[in-house]
Structures are given as C-alpha cells and as structure tokens.
Design a protein around this ligand. Structure first.
Ligand SMILES: *Cc1c(COP(=O)(O)O)cnc(C)c1O
Length: 372
C-alpha cells in the first residue's frame, strides 16, 4: 500500500533555509559549547515562551533528569507523579535515586487527579511531577495550593505543551521548573533537544553545571556535572522551525477541527476537548473507545487501521508503573482511571501538513468499522 499515514511526521524547514542557517558554522568552526546559534535560539525561546529563564539541553529526558537532580532531594525521597505518561517521566525520577508514587488521573483530560494527591503525601514526599498530557494543562491551581501547604517542589513535564498558554500565562512559567522536549516528533523540534524553564537563579546555576561538567571558566570546575549541551546544528534547526511554529500549529488546528467535526457524532468514540482557558498547540489527537457501544475494542481498531496503512499509537499503554522494570516499585493498585483510559485510548495521526483527504479516509474507516 502506498498511501500509508503515520501517527506523526517531523516538521522541517526547507533545505535551503536550513543550509543558510548553518553556513556561518562553516566559517566559525564553532560546532557546540553554547555558540551563537545556541544563544540565538535561547533568546528567541525566552520571547516565544514568555519566560525569564530558559536553559537548552541535549534532549527532553536529560532536561527532566537534570532538573530533578538540581533540586538535591535526599536519596529515597518520594515524588508524586502519574503513570499515564511517556517512559521518560518515571525513568527520570528513578534514575535520580528517588521513588515514584503513582497518582491516578482525571477521566476528562488525563492529567493528575489533584483530589488524590494529598492522600499520597508522606514525610518523605519532596515533589510533585505532573504531566500536561497531550497538551492538556493540569489543574495548576490545586497543585500549587497543595505544594505550598506541604512545601513541595513542582516540576512540570511540559513535553507536550510547547507554546501553550493557560489563562493568558505561558505554561513555561508554571511550577519551580517546566520541561520541554524538542524531539523530532514534538510540535517544535531541534531534531533532538530539550529545555528547562525555571524561576530560581541558584537552580539555574546548578542545572548549567550539570549540563556542562560543572565548568564555570577555564580553570574553575565548581560542581560534579555531566554533558547534556545542545549543539549548534540542533540549535540552527530550532531557529528555523521556530520561524514556522505558528503556521505549523495552525495547520495542526485545522486537522484537529476536521477530525472533531467528523468524529463528533460517532457513537462510542470520545474526543479530547480542549479546555477553554488554554490556547492549545494541537499536539495529539487521542480518542477513547467504549467497546460496550462500538462492539469492538481499542486493540481491534488499532489492528484494523494498521491493515489499512493507518499507523495509530496506543499512547499511553502500558502505564509506566506496569513496565517490567517497575513491577516491584511502590503501590500500583489504586489507579482505576489510568488503567481504564490506558486500555481504551488510541492516538490518531496528527501533524502539520496532514492532508484533509487522509483525515477524511481515517474517519470514514472508523465510522464504517463494525469490528471483526
Ligand atoms: C518526549 C517526551 C519526553 C522526553 O523527551 P525526549 O526529548 O524524547 O528526551 C518526556 N516526557 C514526555 C511526556 C514526552 O512526551
């Protein structure tokens, strides 16, 4: 079959635009280590994300892992998070020697259920690490109230929420730190890359030390650090992609609205509604399948669409707490909503430039499918 549709497709500038952007690198021979492209992208992201402090890193995972590390939590401390996320979120906690405590999610927007957070707090809890799943912004007011009351740090995994605003405020301003991924498959990409937006200057200094060997100047190494710098070629890709970000999000929005119009009256299929307070980046198109009404399961639909050349994703299934490596970690019992959503969700293809013909074909396949 030649008209295959994948769940995503990376946004790219024209080749000419990218070549123009990297030409100065040939003149300067400056390939990495916080060069001019790195600084240019950093400044442009300050403006675009409407934040004071942004640090660029090699990828979103290291942004998350090093942010957690920069807070210097005691080993074995607990971090309240959700299992309905990408592997990276839970790995970043565990690789820091901390214990993930899994909280259930809301049935409506799949973000952390703030009514269930307080019941999980112990005297070892050090932080809350919520995820703006699919670009749906968490219940930040409740999270911040709880964090203030118990003196906990809040680190947002904002990998899905690039450029979004909530009640007019850029989401990168939320919490003690917000982490973005600029992976090839994300709304904004630098091929591989990531960023941390943060509040406290001292935290910023620690984060910088972690990403650059603790080196302050030629003769001063201030702290134990690793290497997670963003290189000039990645930053140049970011400078190009940022030029087109608004038109890319607009193209996603058109795709999102076409899907929603076509699937709205489809019995047994629930679509993801965007909170009115949020300006969305339309990063994903998840649907929930109610097999009692449709007569077929999420897995049936996934397999059927795949046979037609439509590659959807069971995103997020399995829950991270069910990975083999986490089988023996903490309590994973009290997660009824996360389990339910994870077994019913299917993420449909969505990217800038996805043809309306393809969306119409996908929706008509879904609407005519009756199960096996
Ligand atoms: C993509 C992603 C990450 C990791 O980002 P990378 O840039 O791929 O390292 C972390 N959390 C979530 C929710 C993600 O989707």
């Amino acid at each position: 079959m030649d008209n295959k549709v994948y769940v995503t497709r990376s946004s790219m500038p024209s080749m000419e635009e990218y070549v123009h952007e990297i030409e100065p690198i040939w003149d300067s021979h400056w390939l990495t280590n916080m060069g001019p492209k790195h600084d240019e992208l950093k400044n442009k992201l300050n403006d675009y994300l409407k934040v004071d402090n942004v640090e660029l890193l090699v990828n979103g995972h290291m942004a998350l892992e090093m942010s957690i590390q920069a807070f210097d939590f005691p080993k074995g401390a607990e971090v309240i998070t959700t299992p309905f996320t990408f592997a990276s979120t839970t790995h970043a906690i565990v690789r820091n020697g901390l214990v993930p405590v899994f909280c259930d999610i809301n049935p409506g927007d799949y973000t952390i259920d703030t009514n269930k957070i307080e019941g999980l707090i112990t005297n070892r809890t050090c932080a809350i690490l919520p995820v703006h799943v699919y670009g749906n912004i968490c219940d930040i007011e409740s999270i911040h109230n709880i964090a203030d009351k118990y003196k906990l740090k809040v680190i947002y995994d904002a990998a899905h929420a690039f450029g979004e605003t909530y009640k007019g405020l850029g989401v990168a301003n939320l919490g003690d730190a917000s982490i973005f991924s600029f992976h090839a498959t994300k709304v904004f990409n630098t091929i591989e890359g990531g960023a941390v937006c943060y509040r406290d200057a001292e935290f910023g200094r620690k984060l910088y030390n972690l990403k650059n060997f603790g080196i302050r100047d030629e003769e001063t190494v201030e702290a134990v650090g690793a290497n997670a710098k963003m290189n000039e070629f990645a930053a140049a890709m970011g400078v190009c992609n940022l030029r087109h970000i608004d038109e890319n999000i607009c193209s996603r929005k058109i795709a999102y609205e076409l899907y929603s119009g076509l699937l709205d009256d489809c019995l047994g299929i629930t679509i993801n509604r965007i909170n009115e307070m949020t300006t969305s980046n339309y990063s994903y198109y998840p649907i929930l399948i109610d097999s009692k009404i449709t007569g077929y399961s999420r897995d049936d639909l996934y397999t059927y669409l795949k046979a037609q050349g439509i590659f959807t994703r069971k995103y997020f299934y399995p829950l991270t707490c069910d990975f083999d490596c986490y089988k023996n970690i903490g309590s994973t019992n009290n997660l009824p909503v996360a389990r339910e959503i994870s077994s019913r969700v299917l993420t449909l293809p969505l990217y800038s430039g996805l043809a309306s013909d393809d969306i119409e074909r996908i929706c008509s396949l879904i609407k005519t499918y009756k199960g096996n």
